[in-house]
Design a protein around this ligand. Structure first.
Ligand code: NAD
Length: 255
């Protein structure tokens, strides 16, 4: 597919957390549909691998090592993207770092890091990225929230707070920066990514998650990437301030 034929042809996108999982799938999908993509991730090995794979498939990608808990690194990543590609059209805020624990167990520094990477970084990419977007006519922001924005697990104190907060931030940004900047969220359900291996989710739990949803399977990064591509593209030009659940039907049943 050439850069002029795709659904986001000629656009420039930033994908945070693009070195793995949902971010990797989405970076590749956006590149396949004609966008030039900055991979902003703290994982240098993964970021360089994804960048090389996109280039090998005929796409355009640029890795900028970015720790999203550090404001100067976010600003530098945005500046380097504009310097490299001359514009910014799409920001996919997707990276996460988190630690589980009830409020009495969780360390304050782990709360801070989860909220910094999962919520504050989205404020900062808007604060410093929207002015860049507006220099060339605006754009679209998509935030990875979660079914955990709406329902919770025991001990998911910081993660669920960040993910619930993202829905409010998504709405406010949509109101404040329309009509030229649209802002939406995706809410993934159980999506099989390298995160599950890092969390050592047992095989039995994976089977249970697959069985409990009407789709009768776990989701893939590609399932979420397709939703992000839609929200980031002109096909969603009348959609802003809302969220799209990508969960195989997890939230739709009451039992
Ligand atoms: P993943 O672990 O595969 O990818 C997360 C990426 O974030 C990694 O590449 C990691 O290096 C990066 N990251 C972590 N800390 C960072 C930091 N300080 N700065 C920059 N990058 C950092 O996870 P995933 O499953 O692909 O999750 C992606 C998003 O989807 C997250 O927001 C997650 O909360 C959300 N989500 C995932 C699921 C699921 O079941 N996998 C479900 C709901 C929501």
């Amino acid at each position: 597919m050439t850069a002029t034929a795709g659904r986001v042809a000629g656009k420039v996108a930033i994908v945070t957390g693009g070195a793995s999982g949902i971010g990797e799938s989405t970076a590749k999908r956006l590149a396949q549909e004609g966008a030039s993509v900055t991979i902003a991730d703290v994982d240098e090995q993964g970021g360089k691998r994804v960048t090389a794979e996109i280039a090998a498939a005929g796409g355009v990608a640029f890795y900028v090592r970015t720790d999203l808990s550090k404001t100067p690194q976010i600003r530098r990543m945005l500046e380097r993207t504009e310097a490299r590609f001359g514009r910014l059209d799409i920001i996919f805020n997707n990276a996460i770092w988190f630690r589980h624990g009830t409020a009495t167990e969780l360390d304050e520094k782990d709360w801070d890091l989860t909220l910094n990477v999962g919520l504050k970084a989205v404020f900062l990419t808007a604060k410093y990225g929207i002015p860049i977007m507006r220099r060339t006519g605006g754009g679209a922001i998509v935030n990875t929230a979660s079914v955990h924005s709406l329902v919770s697990f025991a001990g998911s104190t910081a993660y669920d707070s960040a993910k619930a907060g993202l829905l409010g931030l998504t709405r406010t940004l949509a109101i404040d920066f329309g009509p030229d900047v649209r802002v939406n969220a995706v809410l993934p359900g159980a999506i099989l990514t390298p995160l599950w291996d890092r969390l050592e989710v047992p095989a039995g739990v994976r089977r249970r998650y697959a069985k409990m949803v009407p789709a009768q399977r776990l989701g893939t990064g590609q399932d979420v990437a397709n939703a992000v591509l839609f929200l980031a593209s002109e096909e969603a030009s009348f959609i802003t301030g809302t969220s799209l659940v990508v969960d195989g039907g997890m939230l739709c049943r009451a039992e």
